[in-house]
Structure formats: structure tokens, C-alpha cells
Design a binder for this molecule. Structure first.
Ligand code: ADP
Ligand code: ASP
Ligand code: MG
Length: 400
């Protein structure tokens, strides 16, 4: 079998852990598998590098940020290759460029356009273990790019898809995907299986156990994806097609997204084309706008509220600064988004009502709401985020 294994930041957090990863990789090699290993930077490293840049500038050149951030994963990939060689196994580390990962040129959240697998295939033929630096690629013009936070998951899935690997294993610091973040709710239950769509929803709503674009890609390329712990041998969670899952629960999980900020524009001229103008500005700046609320107009003006990722607030402010359509702008970072996710919701009514009722009983004010067929999201004050998660987890009986 050809297996792609990805090890996250905590799993490669120091040299002893890198050695433990090397031993795991060797176990798989001994079992007769071909291996491509994708690694993250040591935990905390990417944030540390970002803080260094922040010392000099609040809006650093994004190309330079990518040069900076990509270094973290290069360190761990080289160290793991050195550890494997020291144990008598032939290994070769590869940067995103050497692995043939070509992206668009949106620095700090580039999309993978294609992967030239020839370099990896050559090394696999020689029987070597390949260690790819995750989270990075290279643009057509040769610039280093990174794939967005948590992007090593995406590197692993994309490489697995391109090489038509039999399996993609994401090794992390929890046993798999739980009904909610087990660090917030210790009563959370591990799921044996979850559908691509539900996982995608949970991931894009803040469950960082898998990066959302990696799930999107796994679904598209039909990658067999498993997430499990690098610290034990427990069975993980299989992320698979909906038809492979017999019983669909009403609600499968609760997600919390703390990386949210709200922008409110007051006194926006109420005329056709105004929303297009505002959101075009944000699109041009590559800001991901999420919930949008427009109030009923009054006296020729209206109020418009929307959420953006907190780490895109500076860019949002710059983009909104160029706008003449509104008189007052307010920014609020003290918010979080809690979401209830489940494909079973499609065919049931009253699911949303229970969520609102639960918030009411806890005395939590809901500031924004959005729903789709398989999720309900609510924006609440940041101080209530974890309480809301636990209350919803219990209300939908996910601890049972
Ligand atoms: P890695 O560094 O291995 O990529 P991450 O920190 O990105 O690991 O993701 C793993 C973390 O995701 C866990 O430690 C856990 O706190 C968090 N998490 C959030 N939601 C969930 C969930 N539903 N199931 C499991 N873990 C979750
Ligand atoms: N090191 C990067 C991050 O912290 C990518 C990853 O860990 O997946 O976001
Ligand atoms: Mg991660």
C-alpha cells in the first residue's frame, strides 16, 4: 500500500516527539508500505514567527510572510528525515517546491492548482521514505506560498490524491473527530465514522481537527481519510461517503469558531448595487465574508452587518476605509460563532428551535443567526462561547 501520513504540530513538538514519529513511520515501512510523510511545524512555531513579523508591521508584505512561515515546516521535515536516516532508513525531505506543489498566487492562503508528482515518484521507486514540508507550495512564477492556517492537512490530502495513495492518515493530539472539541467538553464522544459533508461543515465552522479545505479536497478526490492520535494506537475516525454510514444521527456535532469578528456599517445608502460594491471590495482583498445581515432600510439608509475571520480584520478595515457609502463603521472582535451540525436535520423540524431555547435557558443573547440544511450557526459574545458549546452538546444528547 501507498500511505500518506501527516503529523501535526504537537506530534512533532520537540526532538523526542520527532523521534517517536520516526519510530511510527518505520513500523509502517516494516509492514511493507510505501510512505510519504507530511509534517507541520513544531507546535507554537507558526504563531511565534507571526509575532516576530508583527513586531515590525501590522500589515506585513504577504509574500514575505510566506517566506517566513514556510520555514517552520522545513525544519521539521529535515529533522524527521535525519532521524529516519539515523535509524537506518533511507529518507528524503522535500519543500513544497521539490514535492511539485503548485499554487495560485494568493499569499498566505494559496490554493493548490496542481501537483507534479514526478519528483516524489522517482524517490518512491528508490524505496525512500519521503518527508514533505506541509502547508506550502510554490506559485507558477516560483514564489513560495502557504496554504492558510492548518494547511498541512491540505498538503497531505492533496499529495494522497495526486499519488493515488491507498490511505491518508492524519495523526494529531486527539483520538479522532469528536462530537465537539474534547478540550471544551470532556464528555464529548469520539465518532467512528463521519461523512465528508458533515466533517466539512464542522471544519469550516471551527473544528480545527481537520482543515476545511482538506476535507473538501478529500471528498472531491475520493481520498480515504482517517484521523487518529500519534500518541496511542486507538482506532481513529474514518471520513467517508454518506452511503457508507448506516445510521444518520439528527445532530452529529457542535463547533466553536473563535476566529471571528463582526463589522457593522451604519447609515449605508440604501440603493441598488451598494451591497455588490461593498462585498466586491472585500473580495478584491481576498477577505472571506461569512454571515451577512441587512436591516430593513429607513430614511434612505440601512445598516449592514457581517462577520469576517478575526485575522482578516486589518485587511477588512483597509478595504472598508476606501468606501464612501457608509457613515459609521464598527468592529467587534469579542464574538464567537457556535454551530450545530447534522445531516439528519434535513428531514426534521424543530432542531433550530431547540438551539435557541438552549441559549435562552443559559441567558445567552444570540447576536446573529444563520442556517442551512445541515447546520445552525449563532454568533454570541466571546465570553459565552464554551458555555454555549457545553449546553448545546447536552441539549442534543451528544454525551449519551
Ligand atoms: P494538529 O497540530 O495535529 O494539526 P490541531 O490543533 O490543528 O492539531 O487540531 C487538533 C485539535 O482540534 C484538538 O486538540 C482539539 O482541541 C481540536 N478540536 C476541535 N474540535 C474538535 C472535534 N470535534 N474533535 C476533535 N478535536 C477537535
Ligand atoms: N503550521 C501551520 C499552522 O500552524 C500549518 C499546520 O500546522 O497545519 O497553521
Ligand atoms: Mg491542524
Amino acid at each position: 500500500m501507498l500511505i500518506v501520513q501527516k503529523y501535526g504540530g504537537t506530534s512533532v513538538g520537540n526532538v523526542e516527539r520527532i523521534e517517536a514519529v520516526a519510530n511510527r513511520v518505520i513500523e509502517s515501512k516494516k509492514a511493507g508500505h510505501d510512505l510519504v510523510v507530511v509534517v507541520s511545524a513544531m507546535s507554537g512555531e507558526t504563531n511565534k514567527l507571526l509575532e516576530y513579523a508583527d513586531y515590525f508591521s501590522k500589515s506585513p508584505n504577504q509574500r514575505e510572510v510566506d517566506m517566513l512561515l514556510s520555514s517552520g515546516e522545513r525544519v521539521t521535515s529535515a529533522l524527521l528525515a535525519i532521524a529516519l536516516e539515523a535509524k537506518g532508513y533511507e529518507a528524503v525531505s522535500m519543500s513544497g517546491r521539490r514535492a511539485g506543489i503548485v499554487t495560485d498566487n494568493v499569499h498566505t492562503k494559496a490554493r493548490i492548482e496542481h501537483i507534479d508528482t514526478s519528483g516524489m515518484e522517482e524517490e518512491l521507486k528508490k524505496g525512500r521514505i519521503i518527508v514533505v514540508a506541509g502547508f506550502q507550495g510554490v506559485t507558477e512564477s516560483g514564489e513560495v506560498s502557504t496554504l492558510g492556517r492548518g494547511g498541512s492537512d491540505l498538503s497531505a490530502v492533496a499529495v494522497a490524491g495526486a499519488l493515488k495513495a491507498d490511505l491518508c492518515e492524519i495523526y494529531t493530539d486527539v483520538d479522532g473527530v469528536y462530537t465537539t472539541d474534547p478540550r471544551i467538553e470532556p464528555k464529548a464522544k469520539k465518532l467512528d465514522k463521519i461523512s465528508y459533508d458533515e466533517m466539512l461543515e464542522l471544519a469550516s465552522l471551527g473544528a480545527k481537527v481537520l482543515q476545511s479545505r482538506s476535507v473538501e479536497m478529500a471528498k472531491k478526490l475520493n481520498v480515504n481519510l482517517v484521523t487518529r492520535s500519534s500518541f496511542n494506537n486507538n482506532e481513529g475516525t474514518l471520513i467517508t461517503k454518506e452511503d457508507n454510514i448506516m445510521e444518520q444521527p439528527l445532530v452529529s456535532g457542535i463547533a466553536l469558531d473563535k476566529n471571528q469578528a463582526r463589522v457593522t456599517l451604519r447609515g449605508v445608502t440604501d440603493k441598488p448595487g451598494i451591497a455588490a460594491e461593498i462585498f466586491q471590495k472585500l473580495a478584491d482583498s481576498n477577505v472571506n465574508v461569512d454571515m451577512i445581515i441587512q436591516n430593513v432600510g429607513h430614511d434612505g439608509t440601512t445598516n449592514l452587518g457581517f462577520t469576517v475571520p478575526q485575522n482578516e480584520l486589518e485587511i477588512t478595515k483597509q478595504a472598508m476605509g476606501e468606501l464612501k457609502a457608509s457613515s459609521v463603521m464598527e468592529y467587534d472582535s469579542e464574538i464567537v460563532k457556535v454551530s450545530v451540525v447534522g445531516v439528519g436535520m434535513k428531514s426534521h423540524s424543530g432542531v433550530a428551535c431547540k438551539a435557541f431555547d438552549t441559549m435562552a435557558k443559559e441567558g445567552i443573547n444570540i447576536e446573529m443567526i444563520s442556517t442551512s440544511e445541515i447546520k445552525i450557526s449563532m454568533v454570541v459574545h466571546a465570553k459565552y462561547g464554551e458555555l454555549a458549546v457545553r449546553a448545546l452538546h447536552s441539549a442534543y444528547q451528544l454525551d449519551k
